[in-house]
Each structure stands twice: as structure tokens, then as C-alpha cells.
Ligand binder design. Structure first.
Ligand SMILES: [Fe+2]
Length: 299
């Protein structure tokens, strides 16, 4: 956080920070051209420093360039609905509808054993008025907690489940049978309430009311009250940045560093495409990355 508002990276990328706690626009890159390794490293470090970065003026790229760009951040996840492009998760919102906008503070896929580390969202048909995306720094949210609360939550883990959080019947997920399938496909996982970033060691809140059921080893009500207390932090404007979509824009966020919220006030239909990448399980305080653990075993 000690950088000035505007700076240039070693490989020549321009960085313009949008808010002190979170968010920066990166310029000086054309995603139609191959991304050099020094630029890739700068993109990763800029993302890790600011939690979410944005690119403009990339309307001339397509799926192949989107995919190549996502690979800068990790291995693309290929569980999307289109067999021809399984890395794409379509993000579709109807004008005036709250459905499909994810209008709750959340981090993507924290109900998975290996959640998406970084998500790369590209505007295909953005909404010219409304339909913004807000991001909140989970690092600032953690750092701003009272010291005794930080200590209290240090080694806690929360239970997360996709199926348990879904209504048994709604338009997106269909019937009760579909719900049973979901439950079988996505068994419950336990995630750290405070995550530690594998590349930087940054600590961040990872629990969120959207995907957390309760806290391991605590009465359900007590755990849920604690998760609600922690999630209130994401609502502080000083931890947030709000991104207005435009043609050719991309948003790249680290799911371990920020929470996000789709503002459901799109005045036209909106269509974005997301590619997410994985890097490994979410680490808590005291956990070692799998690569380090393996090295220690063979040492
Ligand atoms: Fe999301």
C-alpha cells in the first residue's frame, strides 16, 4: 500500500489505482499480442497488490486471447456448460432482473475443495447504464478487525456447501432431484475463515454469509452470528471499488483477496464471459502450500 496512486511496472505496464484499499486499472498491454514473461509476472504482482485489476480497450480480442490471458494466472478450470469452450462460464443478466447477477458479497466457488484462485471476466455485451460490479478488499476487512477478534478467528474453519445454500427448487437449479445431484457432486468442504495468500502471505477474510454454513466446533447459531459479524466488513465503502463495465473491458480478481457483488440494476440485458483458474487449496494460517509440504517430505 506504499505505492503512489499511479506507477509503472518494470516491464512498462501502467498502473492507476482506483481506491487506496483495492482496485487498479492496468494499461500498456494488448491482449491480441503474446504476453511476455516479464509482463505476466508484473500482471500477477499487480493483481496480488490490489486484489482486482481492470483492462480497457480489448474489444478486438476473442475467446483464444481471453484463454491465453487467463493462463497467466493459473490453470483454467473447464467445467463450463459449453463442450466446445468448457473454460467459459457465461454470466448473463436480464434487464431489470435480479437473477444471475450474484447480488450478494461472495467469493467464487468457495464450496469447492480447490476453489478458483483468479477469475478473468470479459465484457461481451456490457450494460451501458447500471449492472456494475463491486469488489471489497478482504485483506482490508481482516486488517481492520479489532485485535482480539483477529486472534479469535485465526484458526477457525467454516463449513461450505453449494447444495445446502441453494433453494431446493428455483429457476436456476430446477427440481429437488437436481438438488440431490448437486449435493452428491459437491460434498461439503471446510475452509479457513482467514486465508493466507500463497504468493504474498497476505491474510484475508475468506468466510462470507453467501457460502458459509457455520463454523467448525461452534454451536450453529454462534458460528453463523460470527460469520455475519465478519461479513459486515465487506459493506464498508472504504474497502470497496465499483467497476462500470464498457465494451472491451476485463476485470481480473483474486478470489482469495476480494469479495465481489453484482449490482442488480442493469437497464439492458448484459452478457459477460468468465474464465477462472486454479492454483491449489485455500490455505489458512499455519497451513503449508502443497508444493512446500512435498518438498519437506522429500528433503
Ligand atoms: Fe461471482
Amino acid at each position: 500500500m506504499d505505492q503512489p496512486r499511479e506507477y509503472r511496472t518494470a516491464s512498462g505496464l501502467g498502473v492507476y489505482r482506483l481506491q487506496p484499499a483495492v482496485g487498479a486499472v492496468v494499461s500498456g498491454i494488448d491482449l491480441a499480442a503474446p504476453i511476455a514473461e516479464d509482463q505476466a509476472e508484473d500482471l500477477r504482482q499487480t493483481l496480488y497488490a490490489h486484489g482486482v485489476i481492470f483492462l480497457r480497450g480489448q474489444a478486438h480480442i476473442g475467446f483464444a486471447e481471453h484463454l491465453a490471458f487467463a493462463r497467466v494466472f493459473g490453470e483454467p478450470i473447464d467445467d463450463g456448460p459449453d463442450p466446445a469452450r468448457p473454460m467459459i462460464t457465461p454470466v448473463r443478466s436480464k434487464a431489470g432482473s435480479r437473477e444471475g447477477t450474484a447480488s450478494v458479497w461472495h467469493t467464487d466457488g468457495c464450496y469447492l475443495p480447490v476453489p478458483p484462485a483468479v477469475s478473468v471476466l470479459r465484457a461481451i455485451e456490457p450494460c451501458p447504464f447500471g449492472g456494475d460490479t463491486c469488489y471489497a478488499s478482504a485483506v482490508a476487512a481482516y486488517a481492520g478487525l479489532p485485535e482480539d477478534l483477529r486472534q479469535e478467528i485465526e484458526s477457525l474453519r467454516f463449513r461450505s456447501s453449494l447444495a445446502e445454500r441453494m433453494p431446493k427448487k428455483n429457476d436456476s437449479f430446477g427440481t429437488a432431484e437436481k438438488w440431490d445431484e448437486l449435493r452428491a457432486k459437491y460434498p461439503e468442504v471446510h475452509q479457513p475463515v482467514v486465508s493466507v495468500h500463497p504468493a504474498t502471505g497476505a491474510r484475508a477474510l475468506y468466510a462470507n454469509t453467501t457460502w458459509s454454513l457455520d463454523i467448525e466446533g461452534m454451536p450453529v447459531e454462534v458460528g453463523q452470528a460470527l460469520i455475519r459479524r465478519l461479513s459486515e466488513e465487506y459493506a464498508r465503502p472504504e474497502y470497496q471499488v465499483r467497476w462500470q463495465w464498457e465494451p472491451g473491458a476485463l476485470a481480473i480478481w483474486d478470489n482469495r483477496l476480494v469479495m465481489h457483488y453484482g449490482v442488480p440494476d442493469q437497464t439492458t440485458d448484459r452478457y459477460l464471459e468468465r474464465i477462472s483458474v486454479k492454483q491449489g487449496p485455500i490455505l489458512g494460517i499455519g497451513d503449508r502450500p502443497a508444493s512446500v509440504a512435498a518438498e519437506l517430505q522429500t528433503a
